[in-house]
Design a protein around this ligand. Structure first.
Ligand code: G1P
Length: 353
């Protein structure tokens, strides 16, 4: 099968970022830094590393800072040159030269499916990748490259898939898979944000896609779906009626920076990886471990202790803990129970009594 090579990437960046308010009241969430680099730069670097150098960012109101970031800044460059800050100058110039970046506005925030559909004119009759900015991959672009390889081999679309705990599946698009070989599945069906009981599997769609251009015809046909939005997942379900869609299953390298805890984890872990920062950050972590952390857990829990005590489950656990003391749990088979969050809370409750 002769297929055109994938050279274009579409990056939807029109979301309001309400989860990060007030930080995102007057700046795009895509510009929030992970260590010292805006989140969207990681995503664009990933695309470039995978060989995609024509990039369309779908923006919206209040997103001008993204365009400025990837543009030349002559005043800053002049200043850095005068100050002989050559490394910084190289870095600043690099962001404006890394790719051929285009912008288009999604005028109405009608959902991810709609955001991708506004890329139609730019993409034309070619396969293309979609990268969602809430997902940051630190895998040297391996996942994206493997998806592009699947497209090159089969001439069909490919989605990134990851197993998630079953109670988290309702936050994602979820597929019914049929294994092809290790790490590759065919998608039998797909549903957006299913209830846990209705989820066809624990395989969640993560924000990397490679599409055949036929996805645009499917996008034309979708109606508002989950949360009343035009969902990309619903267009993939329509595409499945006429074309096979593959899924590349991966395990590591992803930060879901749309979640505050993962955003913080990304900052800490990526700082630890840095030559210039890793040592100092490790030292900070060492200093607050173990006593500092335990103290913080205790004080964070003080506020919820009385609430917990009022629930019969915790009252029962505390009672049991009090009766048994440590003796019943000292045997080896209970070691893991001793570490469990429930029992930690019980211990704290008893210490406070
Ligand atoms: C979007 C997609 C969903 C996908 C997820 C990946 O959801 O609609 O299918 O699983 O991204 O991060 P959102 O995170 O915008 O709610």
């Amino acid at each position: 099968m002769s297929t055109r090579a994938v050279t274009k990437a579409v990056i939807p960046a029109a979301g309001l970022g309400t989860r990060f308010l007030p930080a995102t009241k007057s700046q795009p969430k895509e510009m929030l830094p992970i260590v010292d680099k805006p989140a969207i730069q990681y995503v664009i670097e990933e695309a470039v590393r995978a060989g995609l150098t024509d990039i369309l960012v779908v923006t919206g109101r209040g997103k001008r800072a993204i365009e400025d970031h990837f543009d030349r800044n002559f005043e800053l460059e002049y200043y850095l040159e005068q100050q002989a800050k050559h490394d910084l100058l190289k870095e600043v110039q690099g962001t404006s030269e890394m790719a051929d970046i285009h912008y288009i506005r999604q005028r109405d925030p009608l959902g991810l499916g709609h955001a991708v559909s506004v890329a139609r004119e730019h993409v034309g009759d070619e396969p293309f990748a979609v990268l969602l900015g809430d997902d940051i991959m630190v895998d040297e672009s391996q996942l994206l490259r493997s998806m592009i390889d699947v497209h090159a081999r089969y001439g069909r679309s490919a989605l990134a898939l990851k197993r998630v705990p079953s109670d988290e599946i309702s936050s994602y698009g979820c597929v019914e898979p049929e294994p092809v070989h290790d790490g590759l599945v065919q998608v039998r069906s797909i549903v957006e944000k299913p209830a846990v009981a209705d989820a066809p599997s624990d395989l969640a769609v993560i924000g990397r896609y490679v599409f055949t251009p036929e996805i645009f015809e499917a996008l034309d046909r979708i109606e508002p779906g989950a949360h009343g939005e035009l969902q990309l997942t619903d267009a993939i379900a329509l595409l499945l009626e006429t074309q096979t869609v593959y899924g590349c299953v991966f395990e590591t390298g992803r930060y879901d920076i749309g979640q505050k805890v993962d955003f913080l984890r990304a900052n800490i872990e990526l700082a630890l990886d840095r030559e210039d920062l890793g040592g100092d950050v490790a030292e900070i972590l060492r200093r607050i471990e173990p006593n500092g952390v335990t103290d913080r857990i205790k004080s964070a829990q003080t506020g919820v202790l009385s609430q917990l005590m009022s629930t019969s489950r915790f009252a029962r656990l505390v009672e049991q803990e009090a009766i048994d003391g440590d003796k019943a749990y000292r045997s080896e088979e209970h070691t893991s129970e001793l570490q469990s969050p429930d029992h930690l809370v019980c211990r704290l409750l008893l210490e406070k009594k």
